[in-house]
Design a protein around this ligand. Structure first.
Ligand SMILES: N[C@@H](CCC(=O)N[C@@H](CS)C(=O)NCC(=O)O)C(=O)O
Length: 197
């Protein structure tokens, strides 16, 4: 595994996790203060150009919380994730996902000096480059099987198109959103004006 890291970044959290697990890995220092994260080679791995980034063979994991979840499952015998059937799983997900999606954005917006290097979302260009790279040409984000990842990711793109946050979706984003909107369970839960326009 390669762990793309800088000591003055959120990668200290994933580095800590790797150490808790005693997980063998190669540490690759990317000095974002010198723009090393903006190289085509690094952006090909993570179009967000953000640290931390973990590469495990063919698997690329970005987002500090996702990396911690991935590592806890990969080294499940180390006991850092509750079993899948444990009632503690709910609290586990809640704590892990609350930070990046809710708490951190609030702190970022509250911080009057926030900038693209420090905020989790970077900027629109990087987010949209990531959306283009992450949206499947066909099927679902994990391949043939529809999953909870499509409900969350597809649901977010659906909202973005619906509310005009993405004004001119690319052909693949538009087609993916249309596949999402064609699902019977989606139609059972959304106002018809969302998918009949
Ligand atoms: N949502 C991402 C945020 C990652 C992030 O913003 N990392 C910063 C360092 S703490 C970074 O790589 N900044 C460099 C840049 O954006 O140019 C996560 O949780 O991993």
């Amino acid at each position: 595994m390669q762990h793309y890291y800088h000591p003055m970044s959120r990668a200290v959290t994933t580095d800590w996790m790797l150490h808790e697990l005693d997980a063998e890995h190669e540490q690759i220092v990317i000095d974002f203060t010198k723009g090393e994260n903006q190289t085509p080679a690094f952006r090909a791995i993570n179009p967000m150009a953000k640290l931390p980034t973990l590469v495990d063979g063919d698997v690329v994991v970005t987002e500090a919380a996702a990396i911690c979840l991935y590592l806890a499952d990969k080294y499940i015998e180390r006991g850092m994730a509750p079993p899948v059937d444990s009632p503690k799983r709910g609290q586990y997900y809640r704590y892990v996902l609350f930070c990046g999606s809710t708490l951190e954005p609030m702190f970022s917006v509250d911080d009057k000096e926030f900038n693209a290097q420090s905020v989790g979302w970077g900027d629109r260009e990087r987010c949209m480059a990531s959306v283009e790279a992450m949206t499947p040409e066909q099927g679902w984000v994990l391949g043939d099987a529809f999953s909870a990842a499509d409900v969350v990711y597809g649901g977010t793109l659906d909202f973005a198109v619906q509310f005009g946050w993405i004004k001119a979706p690319s052909a693949s984003v538009a087609a993916y959103v249309n596949r999402i909107r064609a699902r019977p369970a989606y139609r059972a839960t959304h106002d018809p004006s969302w998918y009949e326009s």
